[in-house]
Design a protein around this ligand. Structure first.
Ligand code: GAP
Length: 504
């Protein structure tokens, strides 16, 4: 990770804590690894992202129905889905420092000149570019000088731990001890619990590791109760839990997170067409909501990356400060899941088409996104530093969260210029009017007005309205645009309509 990207992440994490976007869970007790809380601004941001998804996917469409399934389900669901048998990561432990690592996320980097290995280090990543930069950072001054002296003659080679030949010495990526890593062991990622008063093997249940299986388990109920016809989808937003071996990169890999998933059921002959449709539609959704930079990309999986049951898969990826990683996956899962649930439940899950008189198991296209990862990507993209004048007209660095207006936690902030002369009363009346129209508004009368603007810039508030002396004379207020800093004078009675028009 380069220094500049480190700095961006550090600044973002600090801002999120300072301004109440994201806190470490149970921080007063030292926190708990892999769990995060969303503060007053963060919860609004996250709710806005989920609401936008729900509106675009469920409410605006006739072919998708919503669902809210339970988190704990009959454990047979997870046997049928393959999670009991196969939802595991290969894990290695260090016998020296007791560190625990995913075997598929440890890379060994050798800096080679000709036949000679000048420097070697193990690092925790599966991204070859990041691996080289992390390994360079581990070189002490002696080895750094050696690498610098060798210059272009040095060729770094990166090998994942899972691909290292037997007998080759490997260091621990944390403490550096040689040959201290155990053989990989599979570790199931599902959180276990017990249902009922008795804690025995018969009462074991799991916290769902994905929302998708709730949709498959309810597919027949939705079909029968809503009399919908193929093609149609079922959408769900909800919590998922995975006992990740190494939660990392802030909220990116958490142990408790939220997913927004669609299972789109269609005729097998139409699956390829619907796969293309969803792949492109989901990519466009992120672009339309502000991930417009070259940091967003759509990556089709190579044939050897596909799960055995999948006909096609693509990832929507974002270049976070810590590397390029997945935001959402779109998969053509064929009839695998319904087939498995039909087999394990013994219930007929086929679809009967009364026009063609055909009976078959529908195929499924699954766009599966993470709410927390989307939130983090929108936060990273929004973080901007520019120059703006302070109260004395001096240019200063301003931090502004250029969030899409649909996602902004607060849409309008209303300020009286001073706390007297009737200005608070006028400002409060505008604030009440905006709030009662269902638009989030924030009233602030404390401190210099420049400071109040800065606080709203950090909150990503698209519009700030100031009531000043002129308001009392002609009934106009200033309205300031967060991104352009342009200020317009409009009638105080037009504030609501102005904001509504621009929020869309
Ligand atoms: N039903 C398919 C499924 O769950 P997945 O790729 O394992 O597929 C889908 O998860 C999405 O859920 C990911 O693209 C990611 O956005 C989110 N996700 C998965 N594991 C996560 C974790 N540990 N922390 C945060 N988000 C996660």
């Amino acid at each position: 990770m380069a220094d500049s990207t480190n700095t961006l992440m550090e600044k973002l994490v600090a801002l999120c804590k300072r301004r109440g976007y994201i806190f470490q869970s149970s921080e007063i007790y030292g926190g708990i690894n892999g769990f995060w809380d969303y503060g007053p601004l963060g919860v609004e941001l996250k709710r806005n992202i989920k609401a936008a998804w729900w509106e675009d996917i469920v409410r605006k469409r006739d072919d998708i129905l919503g669902l809210d399934a339970s988190i704990i389900m009959n454990p047979k669901v997870w046997e049928a889905s393959g999670h009991v048998g196969g939802f595991s990561d290969p894990m290695v432990d260090c016998r020296e420092c007791k560190g625990r690592f995913r075997a598929d996320k440890v890379a060994i980097v050798n800096f080679v000149r000709g036949e000679e290995v000048l420097f070697s280090a193990s690092v925790e990543t599966d991204d070859p570019v990041e691996a080289v930069s992390l390994a360079r950072g581990k070189a002490n001054s002696k080895y750094r000088k050696r690498l610098e002296k060798a210059g272009d003659a040095v060729a770094p080679s990166v090998t994942l731990l899972s691909k290292v030949a037997e007998g080759v010495s490997v260091q621990c990526p944390s403490c550096g001890a040689a040959d201290s890593l155990t053989e990989p062991q599979n570790f199931n990622l599902m959180f276990k619990t017990n249902v009922g008063a008795v804690e025995d093997s018969a009462s074991v249940a799991y916290l769902r590791p994905e929302t998708a299986q709730g949709i498959f388990a309810d597919y027949k109920n939705v079909l029968d109760s809503s009399r919908v016809k193929l093609p149609f989808g079922i959408a769900q937003i909800g919590k998922a839990f995975r006992n990740e071996i190494n939660p990392r990169n802030y909220t990116f890999r958490s142990r408790e997170f939220e997913q927004m998933e669609i299972e789109f059921f269609c005729h097998p002959d139409e699956a390829a067409k619907w796969y293309e449709y969803w792949r492109d539609a989901r990519y466009k959704w992120y672009v339309d909501h502000g991930l417009t930079s070259e940091k967003l990309r759509l990556r089709d999986h190579e044939a050897d990356e596909l799960a055995h049951y999948a006909a096609a898969c693509a990832d929507i990826e974002y270049e976070f400060p810590f590397g390029i990683s997945e935001l959402e996956g779109i998969a053509n899962r064929t009839d695998y899941d319904l087939g498995k649930h039909q087999e394990y439940s013994g219930k007929d899950l086929t679809y009967y088409d009364d026009e063609t008189k055909e009976r078959f198991l529908p195929h499924v296209i699954e766009p599966s996104g993470g709410v927390d990862r989307a939130t983090l990507a929108f936060l990273c993209e929004a973080y901007t530093e520019d120059q703006a004048p302070n109260d004395k007209g001096e240019m200063q660095t301003r931090v502004v969260m250029k969030l899409h207006p649909r996602f902004a936690p607060i849409k309008v902030a209303i300020f009286p210029l001073v706390k007297k002369e009737g200005m608070p009363e006028v400002a409060t009346a505008i604030h009440e009017q905006v709030k009662s129209a269902g638009i989030t508004s924030f009233y602030d009368e404390k401190g210099a007005v420049g400071r109040r603007y800065r606080r709203q810039d950090e909150a990503g508030t698209p519009f700030c309205v100031t009531v000043d002396g002129q308001t009392l004379e002609d009934g106009t207020v200033t309205i300031r645009d967060r991104d352009s800093l342009a200020q317009e004078r409009i009638s105080k009675d037009e504030v609501l309509a102005y904001v509504r028009d621009r929020l869309g």
